[in-house]
Design a protein. Structure first.
Length: 148
């Protein structure tokens, strides 16, 4: 019995897939987009984190981006996912689309942080720590509400 090659497909969220394509193809704004993702550490903890890391390092290096070199540096599963994303049919990326994807990642990051804070609050910390956590929770909720 022959086994099918493992399809990684649809593993990465559409926003991640779009940003990876933009970093690979978006000549005009690749560096600026990389800087935003790097500064906010927006790709940390994502399933595609290693692909983002490789693309961002390459984009910020100032050298021409070689997708084959990036792919060669990735582990097997990430490499398959990377190529799968690059082969998807899409339109020419725009800066507005890139910004909307970055906003979506920021939103997701804030939601993850809020969940972490909520878990910490539920662990019943003592006075000052609880106050800090509640303040952080309020800040994150405000940020999420402003983004809607």
């Amino acid at each position: 019995m022959k086994t099918q090659p493992e399809l990684v497909g649809r593993a990465a969220k559409p926003v991640e897939r779009q940003l990876i394509r933009m970093l690979s193809e978006g000549e005009g704004f690749r560096r600026e987009l990389s800087e935003q993702l790097q500064q906010g550490q927006l790709y940390h903890g994502l399933e595609t984190e290693r692909i983002f890391a490789a693309l961002i390092v390459a984009s910020l290096s100032g050298q021409a981006l070689q997708t084959t070199e990036i792919a060669a540096a990735l582990e097997d599963r990430d490499r398959r996912l990377f190529y799968e994303i690059l082969l998807e049919e899409t339109s020419e990326p725009t800066w507005d689309e890139a910004q909307s994807c970055v906003d979506a990642l920021r939103h997701r990051q804030a939601e993850r942080q809020l969940a972490d804070v909520q878990r910490s609050i539920e662990a019943s910390p003592a006075g000052p720590e609880l106050r800090d956590l509640l303040q952080r929770k309020q800040d994150l909720m405000r940020r999420l509400a402003a983004a809607r």
